[in-house]
Design a binder for this molecule. Structure first.
Ligand code: MG
Length: 381
């Protein structure tokens, strides 16, 4: 039985995690749940799963929860609450699925308290991959990937060192604007928010859906892979695979390729992270080969999607540059969603912010957070 803390229980990954817990009541106990603002759903989740503690962003909402949930469940709030939950003595693993940078401090706190972490928030490894992985080594804990691509690579690697790898291949759906004939570069400025929010194969949160349309999502995943699997950027490749059945692949030094496949369903990588090193039986994910019929692969179009090149540069330069890319992108996506900038300007904003940043190599956490704040201000201009 694993005692699991879920930070971000009411979001897309969080609700899938609760489904996995329902599938595997003998293996997973939800020890604590943290939500952003959705107290109604948090109450529902708490009544069903009986965690010993919950946390919500807003202190006023936390007070209401105290009245509603009674004495059997501790209620915390704000960033303090996240730290409290991440370090609960009984916790075995902390799954972090909070949008934005708020997951970084709880991730480090969990590691230092000797907990394994399951990472769904890309920001954690993109911003502070070097620090997080060093701390995990120091405290002897695992950093498990919840992202489908990284879970796939982890499963394909199966403990092999990076020296046995020729290349890691992240697959990308290509997003809603993959088709060059329907969406030539000239038409990118006409892309509406509504259109960008329609993803062909995955139903996800708003930020990640826009990131999938610009391919920044894949860019962030390249940087994540670089740290998770301790491999240089030059050996992290991207291939477009519109069916999203092959979740990623490892090409070994002998030329052999191992891929992990399934119908796209986030419950699978979540379950693998929470039950690792075991594989638990579950009927949830079924793959119907005749229905799939075709698996196709194509080169990503860096001309129309410059996000990939920007991410590669950020990952190669390292230091504070990935944090700057991440922060500038967050600001730009928000501006796009609020109709203040057009679709190509998301990438232009990130490029400009990266170009004007003074990179700090091997930064401390403080320097990373400073770079993050600087980039947010610079990208807002
Ligand atoms: Mg992914």
């Amino acid at each position: 039985m694993k005692n699991v803390v879920v930070l971000g229980s009411t979001g897309s990954i969080g609700t899938s995690t609760l489904k996995v817990a329902e599938d595997l009541p003998d293996r997973i106990r939800l020890l604590a749940l943290a939500a952003g603002n959705n107290s109604d759903l948090l109450i529902e989740q708490t009544r069903k799963h009986q965690p010993v503690a919950v946390s919500i962003n807003d202190e006023a909402k936390a007070n209401e929860l105290r009245g509603t949930l009674g004495a059997n469940c501790e209620v915390y709030s704000g960033s303090e609450g996240l730290l409290k939950l991440a370090t609960l003595p009984a916790a075995d693993i902390v799954l972090i699925a909070i949008v934005g940078t708020a997951g970084l401090q709880p991730a480090l706190a969990a590691i230092r308290a000797g907990k394994d972490i399951a990472v769904a928030s890309k920001e954690i490894l993109v911003m502070a991959g070097e620090i997080v992985m060093n701390e995990a080594r120091k405290y002897g804990v695992r950093v498990l990937a919840v992202d489908s691509e990284h879970s796939a690579i982890f499963q394909c690697l199966d403990g092999k060192p990076s020296a046995s790898v020729r290349k890691l291949w992240l697959t990308a759906s290509g997003g809603p604007f993959r088709d060059k004939t329907t969406w030539p570069k000239e038409k990118f400025s006409e892309i509406t928010v509504e259109r960008a929010l329609k993803h062909p194969s995955w139903v996800m949160g708003r930020k990640i859906t826009i990131d999938s349309a610009t391919l920044f999502n894949k860019g962030l995943e390249m940087i994540e892979a670089r740290w998770l699997f301790d491999i240089e950027m030059a050996r992290v490749g991207v291939v477009v695979h519109p069916q999203s059945i092959v979740h990623s692949m490892v090409e070994f030094v002998d030329g052999s390729l191992i891929a992990q496949l399934s119908t796209p369903d986030m419950c699978l990588p979540i379950q693998y992270a929470l039950t690792y090193p075991d594989r638990a039986a579950s009927e949830r994910v079924q793959t119907d080969f005749p229905k799939i019929a075709n698996l196709t692969f194509e080169e990503p179009d860096v001309e129309r999607f410059p996000a990939l090149a920007l991410a590669r540069r950020a990952g190669e330069v390292g230091g504070t540059l990935p944090a700057v890319l991440n922060a500038a992108n967050e600001v730009a996506v928000e501006a796009f969603v609020n109709r203040k900038i057009n679709f190509p300007q998301i990438t232009e904003t990130v490029r400009h912010t990266m170009d004007t940043h003074q990179v700090v190599s091997h930064p401390t956490l403080e320097q990373i957070l400073e770079a993050d704040a600087w980039a947010r201000a610079a990208a807002s201009l």
